[in-house]
Design a protein around this ligand. Structure first.
Ligand code: PDD
Length: 300
């Protein structure tokens, strides 16, 4: 099964799914989104994603009239139609689920009154596989000279459909041979990556930039704090600079789709001994174990 899309309740295949060019999500990038994935066919941490979707929408004064359960039912229907629900047969893929919530269709105007009805799009497809070798051997990331959006411009806390800042970062990283790009903020501090949060490990302590460095409050990032607390590993927020990353014993980035990905190279610098370190490997193992436990016990 390839891609299925649910546009305002109507499910169609990826090629025929369509939305009006007068949707302000298309015209102005006015909308918010969430990317989720399943473990054992269940959307993982669905409630937290919904909470963040509502928080993002609130920051652009966008109403979200549907309930969390409405969203869940729509996701499950689309997943079931794609053969990716929890009734999927043995050996089927896990699902990638993206919810987009835009201001809706209206005349060419920035006045929210022009768009009384929001659009809701859900894209479901098999979860793109990240080669396990990347988790085993780690990956290269690249510093970019694109600055992360200033929080008083398009606040990075908003998981916005307007992803130009992120795209420019990733494009530069790809040109330099990295799998991710690392942003600095307007003060020159490290903030996050194009589509993930950044962590370093020094003397066994895990550190990540604080939210006011200008970054998305990643759901995986939040989960890493909980895993650290459970494992007796200190995980804390700290203002970080280039030298903290370059001199770290270990580094990794986190996202829903990439879990905890070990970083072993930043541009031409080797991080630690050039291999995923023990703290990163243990946290990744804990993450997968917890994700599996939390989705096999759900009764629907
Ligand atoms: N990206 N920072 C940015 C800029 C992101 O776009 C993402 C997520 C994250 C990590 O957030 P989370 O742990 O909640 O996935 C951090 C998703 C995967 C995406 O854009 O599809």
């Amino acid at each position: 099964m390839s891609v299925l899309v649910n546009v305002n309740g109507r499910i169609s295949d990826g090629a025929s799914a369509a939305i009006s060019v007068f949707d302000h999500g298309f015209l102005y990038g006015e909308g918010v989104y969430e990317t989720m994935r399943t473990y054992n066919g269940e959307p993982f941490l669905f409630d937290r994603h919904m909470q963040r979707l509502r928080a993002s929408a609130g920051m652009i004064l966008l109403d979200v009239p549907d309930s969390d359960n409405d969203f869940l039912q729509r996701c499950l229907e689309t997943m079931a139609a794609a053969g990716l629900g929890n009734k999927r047969s043995e050996g089927f893929d896990e699902a990638y689920v993206r919810i987009l919530h835009t201001r809706g269709i209206g005349d060419l105007s920035y006045d929210p009154a022009a768009t009384p009805i929001p659009s809701v799009v859900i894209i479901v497809k098999p979860l793109p596989l990240t080669p396990e070798s990347q988790f085993q051997h780690g990956v290269k990331v690249c510093m970019v000279d694109v600055i992360r959006n200033h929080p008083q411009s398009v606040n990075p806390l908003i998981k916005s459909n307007n992803l130009l800042n992120n795209a420019l970062c990733m494009q530069q990283a790809l040109r330099k041979g990295g799998v991710e790009g690392v942003f600095r903020n307007y003060r020159g501090e490290l903030s996050e990556c194009s589509q993930s949060n950044l962590f370093i490990v020094t003397h066994g302590v895990v550190r990540t930039p604080p939210l006011d460095a200008g970054l998305l409050a990643g759901i995986t990032r939040g989960f890493v704090f909980e895993l650290g607390a459970a494992a007796g590993v200190t995980v804390e927020e700290a203002v970080l600079n280039d030298s903290d990353l370059f001199g770290a014993d270990e580094a990794f980035f986190t996202s829903t789709t990439k879990e905890l990905m070990p970083i072993v190279q930043v541009d031409d610098r080797t991080i630690g001994n050039g291999k995923p370190g023990p703290v990163t490997r243990n946290l990744l193992g804990d993450y997968r174990r917890r994700a599996n436990e939390m989705t096999t016990t759900v009764v629907r």
